[in-house]
Design a protein around this ligand. Structure first.
Ligand code: NIG
Ligand code: FE
Length: 418
């Protein structure tokens, strides 16, 4: 039996709370224990509390206990990033430069750049190349305190290339300390060989890709980019209906640039999350609420494409939605792996409180991935995924921005070192 005592924590932000995602005022309940400590046994949390309560417990066990002195610093659960495009080849620093000179994200996409340019490079890359790239990014996530990521396919857009990406996602989850939750996003873009034949491509997704993905258990969720000039509502309905039949949960890129009923459809079809939501109306928020859909807000992508229109987080919280924050890590609209940067943007641009952002980045995100019972908070019985930050108070996490490196990161009670 291996035991670990983590002690001398200025604050132990447990994020303990109801056994469901937090809404409205509950989003502000961080449950921070001053001068806290935590006992970990065999990779799981055995006890959490004040130092005075926990240290004697460790002494009593008589078994050897490895003690980690947090040095009077803040300890939180590892961040759970519920929306990333982890696996891709190359990057798009060239398009970034074009955007700095005034071109828009959508103009670049219309000229064959954007998602399609990453698709060309990703198709040409071997599984080994992609694994090496994703392993490098996994290290970035871990170094900034993220211990779980949802990771989407979507830069292959052929049967073989989509499966290749999903295998890499699984591989990264097995060979690095980062947990990965796989999502099939074959409906990310219409590949150029299907230009003008989007319905045929949807046929390929429904008839060939989804059955294989499900048979090989390569994904837990299915996502679609429902947007003008990409996939319309009928196509989204077809993909979601098939995904449902194969037992996959549903997530949707909805209302990013245009609102034409995507989030309403997600609500109607019982999606787990609706992501982006920059253009979502109050009426649609109400429908998401009624259907229990969690909004996943991605302010990093708003910032990086140079838009001013952030999602209306306050209205969503007022509507009772269980808000999640995520990076949307990808080579185009959101090349950011730091959840602290996202929390900072959520505070300054969307007027969320520091406490709300921490809940949205941990426990609410865990629930959106069907893992609320395992990760996302520091509670007895949960997996010991936690972070020692170079900070004393949780409000410093979004306050100091730009450098997000964590002091120590643990998954399964084991220390990660780069
Ligand atoms: O979530 N919106 C669509 N997909 C990604 C962008 C992917 C890319 O630009 O490569 C997003 O923003
Ligand atoms: Fe995305």
């Amino acid at each position: 039996m291996s035991q670990l005592l983590i002690t001398n924590c200025s604050q132990l932000a447990t994020l303990a709370g109801p056994a469901r995602p937090r809404v409205s005022h509950e989003l502000r309940e961080v449950a921070a224990i001053a001068d806290g400590a935590m006992l970990v046994r065999d990779g799981r949390i055995a006890a959490v509390g004040s130092r005075a309560d926990i240290e004697p417990l460790a002494e009593k066990t008589r078994k050897s206990v490895l003690t980690i002195n947090a040095g009077g610093r803040l300890v939180t659960p590892g961040f759970v990033d519920a929306h990333t495009h982890l696996v891709f080849a190359g990057n798009r620093a060239d398009e970034f430069e074009m955007r700095c000179a005034g071109a828009t994200y959508q103009e670049i996409a219309a000229q064959g750049g954007g998602i399609r340019s990453t698709v060309r490079k990703t198709r040409a890359a071997s599984e080994e190349d992609l694994n090496a790239a994703a392993t490098r990014y996994a290290r970035w996530f871990l170094e900034s305190g993220t211990t779980t990521v949802e990771a989407k396919s979507g830069y292959g857009l052929t049967v073989e290339d989509e499966l290749k990406i999903l295998r890499v996602i699984r591989q990264v989850g097995m060979t690095t300390a980062l947990r990965t939750v796989p999502t099939f996003l074959g409906a990310h873009e219409i590949p150029s060989e299907y230009a003008g034949r989007a319905d045929d491509y949807v046929g390929l997704i429904v008839d060939e890709m989804l059955p294989l993905v499900a048979r090989e258990k390569l994904a837990e969720f299915c996502d679609i980019f429902c947007e003008a000039k990409v996939f319309n509502l009928d196509q989204a309905r077809r993909v979601f209906t098939a995904a449902n039949q194969h037992g996959l949960g549903l997530r949707m890129h909805a209302d990013q640039f245009t609102a034409f009923g995507a989030s309403e459809l997600a609500a109607e079809m019982g999606a787990k999350t609706c992501d982006h939501l920059e253009q979502t109306s109050a009426a649609s928020m109400e429908k998401l609420m009624q259907a229990g859909v969690q909004p996943v807000l991605l302010p990093g992508s708003v910032y990086a494409i140079g838009s001013q229109k952030y999602p209306a987080a306050r209205a969503m919280i007022d509507a009772g939605l269980a808000v999640v924050l995520a990076t949307d890590f990808n080579p185009g609209s959101s090349p950011v792996s730091s959840m602290r940067m996202v929390m900072s943007l959520a505070c300054t641009q969307m007027k969320m409180t520091p406490a709300e952002t921490l809940v949205a980045a941990t426990v609410n995100a865990a629930y959106s991935l069907n893992r609320g019972h395992e990760i996302g908070s520091l509670e007895t019985g949960k997996v010991a995924d936690f972070v020692v930050h170079d900070a004393e108070d949780y409000r410093e996490l979004p306050y100091f921005f730009g450098d997000s490196r964590a002091a120590m990161v643990f998954t399964n009670g084991i220390s990660f070192s780069a």
